[in-house]
Design a protein around this ligand. Structure first.
Ligand SMILES: [Zn+2]
Length: 330
């Protein structure tokens, strides 16, 4: 038995020819299969229900317990992930934002991914963003382009400074209405003018989500509009959570002991209070590390990115950087 729980976070999982989707951060299907083989060999993939019982002292987790999580409700998850998990008898937890299914909306974060994957040079996108800011500067009292670039282009774990700037400015660096307008312009120019059609291709529909439930998978909340929940006031947070829970309720998800996955990892004290009131059992962040189910706040559990896990079952557990690492925040 152990208190450690390795929670792995996935987004896109699909067959990826080396030439396509190179800049959409995702996991190629063959690599995903290799990771599942690695986990099957060295870990025990547990169910959400087992984690909740262990947190309450009603059960214990096995050594090297792992939980698999899939954010954003992509059709990839129904088409490629579900068969792999079912074949191995593993449970995954899936987090679809309500608005992508209910309203046929493409999340801004995905629009940015697909603009970047369209093949247009990041330097050209930066120029176009600067031109849009120039046009909108007086009406919105904006800072200079150089100031925005300086503030949002610092090195990140995976991206160049230009790509980091594009993602950070358009995900968070500008007021919501303004950044959505710029993202929409770029999405229409470089990806498609038919957002609803693109959403239907990108995200699971209700029927596919029901298939996941029927196969024993866990469905949890990723909010309604995939907002940074820590930037919203308490009323807006409640609207986000209520719409998401109504949506999940229609798919058969129970009203208590549900799982929250914070979009972009954003949460604050007011949100945590609301989630306790709503009987949320687990909250998943994007803090990097192995969780400790006794010492961590159950609503603030860290995860590992899929890039942190070997893609080959023959990699010895000892050489996997996270094996034996103390849980964070403990
Ligand atoms: Zn997300």
């Amino acid at each position: 038995m152990s208190d450690a729980l390795t929670i792995v976070m996935y987004h896109y999982v699909r067959p990826m020819p080396r030439s396509a989707f190179l800049t959409v951060k995702g996991r190629a299907l063959d690599e995903f299969q290799g990771q599942l083989d690695f986990l099957a060999r060295h870990y025990r993939v547990v169910r959400v229900e087992e984690v909740i019982a262990a947190m309450r002292g009603e059960a214990t987790l096995p050594d090297n317990a792992a939980l698999l999580t899939f954010d954003d409700g992509y059709t990839d998850h129904h088409r490629y992930v579900l068969p792999e998990l079912v074949a191995r008898g593993m449970q995954g937890s899936f987090f679809p934002p309500a608005c992508s299914v209910l309203d046929g909306r493409v999340l801004d974060v995905n629009k940015i991914h697909f603009v970047l994957a369209s093949g247009v040079a990041p330097s050209r996108l930066v120029s176009e963003i600067f031109a849009a800011l120039d046009e909108l500067r007086d009406a919105h009292d904006l800072k200079s382009n150089a100031e925005y670039y300086q503030a949002h282009s610092q090195e990140s774990r995976y991206d160049t400074p230009e790509v980091t700037f594009i993602k950070r400015l358009l995900q968070k660096g500008l007021p919501l209405a303004l950044r959505s307008e710029i993202v929409d312009r770029l999405f229409r120019r470089y990806v498609t003018r038919d957002e609803r059609d693109f959403a239907a291709m990108l995200y699971m529909d209700r029927e596919q989500l029901r298939d996941l439930r029927e196969a024993g998978m866990c469905l949890g909340s990723h909010g309604d509009q995939h907002r940074w929940l820590n930037t919203l006031d308490a009323d807006e947070q409640r609207r986000e959570i209520d719409r998401s829970l109504t949506f999940l309720g229609e798919l058969g998800v129970p009203e208590r002991d549900w799982v929250m996955c914070y979009p972009y990892g954003g949460y604050d004290d007011s949100l945590l209070t609301l989630l306790r009131e709503k009987r949320c059992a687990l909250g998943l962040t994007v803090e990097v590390g192995v969780a400790d189910i006794v010492r961590n706040d159950p609503l603030r559990l860290p995860r590992l990115d899929t890039n942190d896990v070997p893609v080959d079952a023959s990699v010895p557990l000892e050489t996997f950087g996270w094996a034996g690492v103390s849980p964070v925040g403990a």
